[in-house]
Design a binder for this molecule. Structure first.
Ligand SMILES: NC(=O)c1ccc[n+]([C@@H]2O[C@H](COP(=O)([O-])OP(=O)(O)OC[C@H]3O[C@@H](n4cnc5c(N)ncnc54)[C@H](OP(=O)(O)O)[C@@H]3O)[C@@H](O)[C@H]2O)c1
Length: 238
């Protein structure tokens, strides 16, 4: 297991949900965690929940200039974790037109692509990159073809990049339904209804927590023999 003491880990998407849970875990291992996201207020609030060495920077990963500025400011990093997304491609193909799907790609898959490109000059030669995809790309569920397309792109780019960028270790973690602030916009009954209906189909009978995914991210970041892996943290969704 790699010792994270004094290792610098950048988490793009670290101000909320699974990214924040990852920051909390890695900071307790002695890492210097840098969380990045678009909203300064969310970053400030998140920092209060991280014990250890932590910093926060604003970035919009859909904007190459914003990413370039972030990395120029930070300098060297040892590990990159990308959890960010504001993608919303839920629904039938009948309701999602090409422009809506292109926007969903912009808000997730292309942001991952741009972030990796921007990070490479600054990333330790044998560091790691961890990407978050999603169970929609691993299980056939009606109404999730858009999510499947966006997350499938990440799963597949991760596999190829693991070969291309070695000895940087590239790994993909694929969450199932996880109770995070991503569902805060749902009406409470709609959210509970969604969670209950998904939970019924899972081996574990419940949806997941951010920390359960963060545990898998911690594993791939610190396990020096894990490269090109795809890890499903989905309660048995497949
Ligand atoms: N929750 C689930 O059930 C679930 C299931 C499968 C897959 N996933 C995937 O798992 C990952 C983590 O999900 P989550 O639920 O933890 O997300 P979340 O709670 O919604 O947090 C998303 C984070 O990304 C940041 N972000 C969004 N757009 C950004 C941008 N353009 N540039 C930089 N930062 C940006 C957000 O901060 P700002 O808004 O301030 O920028 C926030 O810190 C996502 O990739 C999601 O697609 C989630």
């Amino acid at each position: 297991m790699e010792n994270l003491q004094n290792q610098r880990v950048l988490i793009i998407g670290g101000s909320n949900g699974m990214g924040l849970a990852t920051a909390q875990r890695l900071a307790t291992q002695g890492a210097e965690v840098i969380i990045a996201g678009r909203a300064q207020a969310r970053l400030d609030a998140a920092l209060k929940h991280i014990s250890g060495k932590a910093g926060a920077y604003t970035v919009d990963f859909s904007d190459e200039a914003s990413l370039a500025q972030l990395f120029a400011t930070l300098g060297r990093i040892d590990h990159l974790v990308i959890t960010a997304s504001s993608s919303a491609a839920w629904g039938s193909i009948r309701d999602i037109d090409g422009a809506a799907l292109a926007k969903a790609f912009e808000q997730k898959a292309l942001g991952y692509w741009r972030s990796i490109r921007a990070a490479l000059p600054y990333l330790r030669k044998d560091g790691s990159i961890t990407l978050l995809s999603g169970a929609a790309s691993r299980v056939a569920i009606a109404g999730t073809a858009g999510l499947a397309a966006v997350n499938g792109a990440i799963t597949q780019m991760g596999q190829a990049l693991a070969k291309e960028l070695a000895p940087i270790r590239v790994n993909v973690v694929s969450p199932g339904l996880i109770d995070t602030p991503a569902y805060d916009d749902f009406a409470p009954e709609a959210k509970q209804g969604l969670f209950d209906s998904i939970a019924k189909g899972l081996h574990v009978g419940r949806v997941g927590t951010s920390d359960e995914v963060a545990q898998a991210i911690e594993f791939v970041v610190t396990n020096g023999f894990t490269a090109g892996a795809l890890i499903d943290i989905d309660g048995g969704a497949r």
